[in-house]
Structures are given as structure tokens and as C-alpha cells.
Design a protein around this ligand. Structure first.
Ligand SMILES: [Zn+2]
Length: 296
């Protein structure tokens, strides 16, 4: 197939803790997608090639959302504690060499915030929180992404809420992530129920009336509500937007989170779920190039 005259589309990649998503966008519309269990960069390249081949297009650019910590200036994913294939991977350099187009890389939760900004509620001032295996975040103020000095701003999961609380994978104790993430819930279940359960399974046990599971879940929801209350006071957003796997049980968890958030803020925080669901990071990665000029 000749390259000249072939349509080009923006490609997006979202490397998640458990699944990786790839997608193709035409004028802001997700027209083709695939997802698979997260492995390494080779699998990303293979999935992107397959998607492009099936659509018969070439990539105009590629936006990549990856878990922190990463070096945005060099385009490198540094060392994800939970992802063994992603230590020191030169994502921008390698994908540029593979596909011959511009490649952009940013923190996954910041990408999700960009997705929300451009395709979700489109609020000008909000904090996005991923409530999933881990807890990440992104801040948008006055319609602009708050990047911070090195592009790592908005790491809300590592706000310490309970000094001397449970150990966090970051090395500190009592972080929001240690208290309320899927990993934190699973660890509490291991300690208090003596079983290996996923966070979703603990939620189910709680729904079914298991008192210990209910205590684990209500503690996690209280911690998240506390974090939301703090962010509400510090950022003065229009809303706090949540996404991530645990929000699938929002009918059960939401009321607990919102009532805790009210306890920790002077005015009732407005909490919304992203309408983009699991694709929020992909949407943001597709629009990433438009927001990097603010990152110096
Ligand atoms: Zn931490």
C-alpha cells in the first residue's frame, strides 16, 4: 500500500496497571480500539501496527499515557513498581523509530484529566482522580493542565492522610493510595479476612453483608472522601471527577465517598464520574499534543 495519499489518524496508547488500550482517532472521535493485558513496549507496537493495518491508515502522531514516575522531557518511563516490563523504557525514542511520527508521553492520570477537559464534562477547573489498582490524579486550572516543574503534578494518591498508617508502595505510610486503592483494599482483606481477594470481590462481600468487608470498604471510602475534601479546599474546583475500575461500583461506594468528602470540606464538594469510562485515558492521550506547550 502506498504511503502517499493514505489517510492519517492520531493514535493513542494507555498503559494501565492491568490492561493496555490502544485507539485511533479521527477528528476527536475514537474510531477503532483494542485492549490487552499489559506487558511490554513490544506488545504495544504489535497492537498499534495491527490497528493501523486494519484501518488502512498511518499515524499522524502517537500520544502515550503511562504510569508514573516518568521523565517527560526525555520521554522515558522510569520504574513502575507494579510493571516489570516498564523500567527505564525509552517510549518516545522507540515509538518514533518504529512509526516515524511525533510521539508524546505523559502521566496516565494527567492524560485522563485532559480527556475529561476536552471530551468529558469540559469543566475549566477540576481535579481528576483515578480510583483503581492505584490512585492517580491530574489538575486542570482555568482550562490548563497543571504540569508542575517536571510534569508530575497532581499525584494525589501520595497525600499522607494518616501518619503511621499502612505502608505505601512509595515508601511512605498512610498515603491515600495505601488507604483507598484497589491494592490497599486487597491488603486490608488479606490482613482482616485472611483471604486473597481482589478489591471488586471485597466490595461484593460488603454488599452481601459481610461486616469485616463492610468495615474495609467504608474505611477506604472515608479516606478517598478525606482526600477529595482536601483537594476541594486547596484547588477550589468546579467539580472533582472520578474514573477507574472501582467507580464501577459507584452505586454502592459513591454515597459513602461523598458523605465523607462533605465532612472534610467547608462547602459540599461536587463529585462526578467521567462519562468516558475506561477510555478516558485514551481520549486524553489523543489530545496530549495540544497541552504540552504549557509544559516547559
Ligand atoms: Zn505513597
Amino acid at each position: 500500500m502506498a504511503v502517499t495519499g493514505m489517510e492519517s489518524m492520531i493514535a493513542a496508547v494507555d498503559i494501565g496497571g492491568t490492561r493496555t488500550r490502544v485507539g485511533l482517532f479521527r477528528e476527536g472521535e475514537l474510531v477503532s480500539r483494542a485492549s490487552f493485558p499489559t506487558e511490554g513496549l513490544r506488545e504495544v507496537v504489535r497492537a498499534l501496527r495491527e490497528l493501523l493495518r486494519r484501518a488502512g491508515v498511518r499515524p499522524a502522531s502517537i500520544g502515550v499515557a503511562a504510569p508514573a514516575p516518568l521523565d517527560m522531557r526525555r520521554g522515558v518511563v522510569l520504574n513502575c513498581p507494579n510493571l516489570p516490563h516498564w523500567h527505564g523504557v525509552r517510549v518516545v525514542e522507540e515509538l518514533t523509530a518504529e512509526f516515524g511520527c511525533e510521539v508524546y508521553l505523559a502521566n496516565d492520570a494527567t492524560c485522563a484529566a485532559i480527556g475529561e477537559l476536552e471530551f468529558g464534562h469540559r469543566a475549566r477547573d477540576f481535579v481528576y482522580i483515578t480510583w483503581s489498582t492505584g490512585i492517580g490524579g491530574g489538575i486542570v486550572s482555568g482550562g490548563r493542565v497543571v504540569w508542575g516543574k517536571d510534569g508530575q503534578a497532581g499525584e494525589v494518591g501520595h497525600m499522607v492522610l494518616v501518619p503511621q498508617g499502612p505502608h505505601c508502595r512509595c515508601g511512605k505510610r498512610g498515603c491515600l493510595e495505601a488507604l483507598a486503592s484497589g491494592t490497599g483494599i486487597a491488603r486490608a482483606a488479606r490482613e482482616l479476612l485472611g483471604e486473597e481477594l481482589t478489591a471488586a470481590e471485597v466490595v461484593e462481600r460488603a454488599r452481601e453483608g459481610d461486616h469485616t468487608a463492610q468495615r474495609i470498604i467504608s474505611r477506604a471510602c472515608e479516606a478517598l472522601g478525606q482526600g477529595i475534601g482536601v483537594l476541594w479546599e486547596v484547588v477550589e474546583p468546579e467539580m472533582i471527577v472520578l474514573g477507574g475500575g472501582l467507580t464501577r461500583s459507584w452505586d454502592y461506594l459513591g454515597p459513602m465517598v461523598v458523605s465523607a468528602a462533605r465532612e472534610f470540606a467547608r462547602t459540599p464538594p461536587r463529585v462526578e464520574l467521567t462519562p468516558l469510562g475506561d477510555d478516558v485515558g485514551l481520549y486524553g492521550a489523543s489530545a496530549l499534543h495540544r497541552h504540552l506547550s504549557y509544559f516547559r
